[in-house]
Design a protein around this ligand. Structure first.
Ligand code: SAH
Length: 229
């Protein structure tokens, strides 16, 4: 499926992802259309459905994986919600989360928050620059906060979260992230070792706190790592 969609514009790329059946939801399409990929990866051809290097052993995920995450978490993104984006890298998906909340909050004054947690200081700086060049209000108005830290530990300060997205593969069940998930919340996380088959796992926490796990598909992600190794 990767590489099938490509264009010379962001709008064209999103249109192709729709035509190829990857984006099904119009609100997801709009959020991705408004978030111009060229502002998040400075490459010659940003509108191709493939990951691109953003330096420091990291990549901006392929657009079809961003679309997949937004579609999967769609029902958990709502006015007043808190979202944690672990390994937020370029900041692209973090921006899309914020735009989806805005689109769903037209009749609401509830304050929502998207936290991006990224361990590499240069990528923290990179993503803040990207987000500011996209829409200065993201950070200035407190819709998005980018925090430097080990995402495997989540971000207790703003927990619990309605949904948590993990943009790099966890070696094992991300138990601390599950602790920081609200009842009726969802965690989406690739699990498995680098270089081996990883599975995209969906963990739903029931109202009573029980965890329901569902394996969605095989994926290839860079691993969640220890910055000091
Ligand atoms: N969703 C991001 C994906 C970036 S790739 C995007 O599309 O831009 C995965 C990111 O996870 C990288 O930026 C990497 O630096 C970060 N990462 C890896 N291990 C981490 C950890 N332990 N804590 C926080 N971030 C981590």
């Amino acid at each position: 499926m990767a590489w099938r969609s490509q264009s010379d514009s962001n709008e064209g790329l999103i249109q192709q992802l729709k035509e190829n059946g990857i984006i099904k939801n119009e609100m997801v399409a709009n959020a991705m259309k408004m978030t111009d990929r060229k502002l998040y990866c400075r490459v010659a051809y940003p509108y191709v459905d493939r990951p691109h290097s953003i330096g420091f052993s990291a990549t901006i995920s392929a657009p079809h994986m961003h679309a997949f995450a937004l579609e999967n978490l769609f029902d958990f993104i709502k006015p007043g919600c808190r979202i944690l984006d672990v390994g937020s890298g370029s900041g692209f998906l973090t921006a899309c989360f914020s735009r989806l909340i805005d689109a769903k909050s037209v009749n609401s004054n509830e304050k929502s928050l998207v936290i991006g947690i990224e361990h590499h200081p240069k990528l923290v700086e990179f993503s803040i620059g990207n987000l500011n060049s996209d829409d200065i209000k993201f950070i200035e108005e407190g819709k998005i906060k980018i925090i430097q830290g080990d995402g495997r530990l989540g971000c207790k300060e703003f927990a619990p979260y309605d949904c948590i997205h993990v943009g790099a593969a966890a070696a094992d069940i991300p138990s601390e992230l599950l602790n920081q998930l609200k009842p009726n919340g969802r965690l989406l996380c690739p699990v498995g070792l680098a270089g081996e088959t990883q599975q995209m796992e969906q963990y739903d926490k029931t109202a009573s706190g029980e965890i329901m796990k569902k394996t969605l598909m095989s994926v290839v992600y860079v691993p969640l790592t220890d910055l000091n190794e």
